[in-house]
Design a protein around this ligand. Structure first.
Ligand SMILES: [Zn+2]
Length: 400
C-alpha cells in the first residue's frame, strides 16, 4: 500500500496508521524504547552476543517489544500461551447496539492482546429488525453494507489507542456482486484514505446464513472478481474468505469454489477462515482434512489459514489425537497460519467472555513448536500479511 496521506489531519499528525511503528516523535514510543533499553542488558555483555540476545522480557508485553531491532526474548515457560494478536475480531454486531469501542479496547488490554484486526461485520440485519443474531431470525435477509467499515474507521480515529495497534479491514464487499466492489472501495478511500489494510471476512459460502438470504457465490461469478482482485494485489491487501468446506452429508461439497478462487488468483494473498470448518461439518475425517490443507498450502504459496473460532476446538482440537494432526501440520507450515477469536462485539459482552474465547482459540498454540508460536501467537505472520513493520520477539532458548 502507498503511504498514508494525512492531509487535514491536524489533530494527530503523527498518527501511525500508514506506517508502523509510529514515528519517533510519538512520546509513547520514545518512552517505550527508553524503558526497554533500561530493562535490557543488550550490549552489556560484549563478546557474548548470544547471552545478550536471550535476555527475557520482564513484565507485561507491550508494543515496545515489537519494535524492529529489539532483542529481548519471550519466555514460553513463564508466560500464558495466549496469542497477543486477534486477527479476527468483529467490532460490530449483525444487528443491535455494539459493545462501546472503548470497552472493546479494554477487553483487549485485559487479555494481553496488543494487535487486533477489526472486521465489520460486513453483513447487517435491517435497521428495523430486533435481532442481534441472524440465526435467531430465519427469513430476515442480511445485507452486505459499508456501515460497519465506516463505524470501525471512525472509532479507530476517535479512540486511537497508544498501547494497541489496530488494523482495519474492508468487510462490505459482496462476492456475488463483484462489479460493486471497486466503486465502494473508492468511497472508503475518499473518507478514510490509507486506513484499510485488509479485506474480509467475505462470504464465498456460509451455510449458517442460507436462511437469511445468503447463497453460495456462483462458480462462474468468481472469474468476474478480476478487477478488484487486481486492485488488492496492487495494494498488497490480503483477502480473508469464509468458505464452508462442506457439510456432514457432503464434506467437500464446496471445495470446488475455493479451488476456483485459488487457481484463478494464485498471486493474491488469500486467507481461508476457520480451516473451512463450520457447524454444518461437525463430523470430518481429519486425516483427509489435514491432507487437503497440506496439498493446498503446497500448491498455493500465497494461501494462509485462519485458526479463529472456538468451534475448531469444540469440534476437533479438543480430541487430543485429532489435534496432534493439526499441530504437526502447523509445525510443518509455521508461516501460513494466523490466530483469532472470531468474537462479535455485541453490547453487554464482557471482558471475561472475551478472554475465555482467546484462551480457547489459543489452546492449540500452546502445543506448536517455538517457530510456529512466534509466527502465529506472537504475530509475525499477521504483521507480514498486514504490512506492519512490527517484529515478533524471539523465543528464549537458553532458559528452556
Ligand atoms: Zn468471523
Amino acid at each position: 500500500m502507498g503511504p498514508l496521506q494525512k492531509a487535514g489531519s491536524h489533530r494527530r499528525p503523527w498518527r501511525p496508521h500508514g506506517t508502523w511503528p509510529p514515528r519517533p516523535r510519538a512520546g509513547f514510543w520514545a518512552r517505550g524504547l527508553v524503558a526497554l533499553a533500561a530493562a535490557c542488558s543488550c550490549g552489556a555483555a560484549a563478546g557474548n552476543l548470544t547471552q545478550a540476545r536471550q535476555t527475557p522480557i520482564q513484565g507485561p508485553l507491550s508494543l515496545a517489544h515489537f519494535v524492529p531491532g529489539q532483542s529481548a526474548c519471550y519466555d514460553r515457560n513463564k508466560r500464558l500461551p495466549l496469542a497477543v494478536v486477534d486477527a479476527h475480531l468483529h467490532a460490530r454486531p449483525f444487528g443491535g447496539p455494539p459493545l462501546p469501542f472503548p470497552d472493546l479496547l479494554n477487553h483487549l488490554r485485559q487479555s494481553g492482546v496488543l494487535f487486533a484486526n477489526l472486521y465489520g461485520i460486513g453483513q447487517r440485519l435491517p435497521i428495523q429488525s430486533p435481532c442481534t443474531n441472524p440465526l435467531d431470525c430465519p427469513g430476515v435477509p442480511l445485507q452486505p453494507t459499508l456501515k460497519s467499515d465506516f463505524s470501525n474507521a471512525q472509532n479507530s480515529l476517535d479512540f486511537e489507542p497508544d498501547d494497541l495497534k489496530l488494523v482495519l479491514s474492508m468487510t462490505f464487499a459482496d462476492l456475488a456482486r463483484p462489479a460493486e466492489v471497486l466503486p465502494q472501495m473508492a468511497i472508503l478511500d475518499k473518507d478514510y484514505p490509507g486506513l484499510f489494510r485488509w479485506m474480509g471476512e467475505l462470504n464465498l459460502v456460509k451455510q449458517a446464513l442460507f436462511n437469511n438470504g445468503h447463497q453460495a457465490v456462483a462458480f462462474e461469478t468468481i472469474a468476474a472478481w478480476k478487477p478488484f482482485m487486481a486492485e488488492l494485489r496492487r495494494r498488497r491487501m490480503p483477502l480473508a474468505i469464509h468458505a464452508d468446506l462442506g457439510n456432514n452429508q457432503q464434506p467437500f461439497q464446496y471445495l470446488p469454489l475455493m479451488e476456483r478462487v485459488l487457481s484463478l488468483y494464485p498471486d493474491n494473498r488469500i486467507i481461508w477462515m476457520h480451516l473451512g470448518l463450520s457447524r454444518e461439518l461437525s463430523v470430518i475425517d481429519t486425516r483427509q482434512h489435514v491432507a487437503l490443507l497440506e496439498s493446498l498450502l503446497d500448491r498455493y504459496p500465497q494461501l494462509s489459514f485462519d485458526l479463529s473460532w472456538r468451534l475448531l476446538d469444540d469440534q476437533v482440537f479438543s480430541d487430543r489425537s485429532q489435534r496432534d494432526r493439526y499441530v504437526a501440520l502447523i509445525n510443518r507450515w509455521p508461516d501460513r497460519f494466523i490466530p483469532g477469536t472470531d468474537v462479535v462485539a455485541t453490547a453487554g459482552s464482557g471482558a471475561m467472555a472475551y478472554r475465555q474465547e482467546l484462551a480457547i482459540t489459543s489452546g492449540i498454540l500452546a502445543r506448536v513448536n517455538d517457530e510456529a508460536f512466534r509466527r502465529i501467537a506472537l504475530g509475525q505472520n499477521f504483521f507480514e500479511l498486514a504490512g506492519l513493520e512490527a517484529v515478533a520477539p524471539p523465543i528464549c532458548r537458553l532458559v528452556r
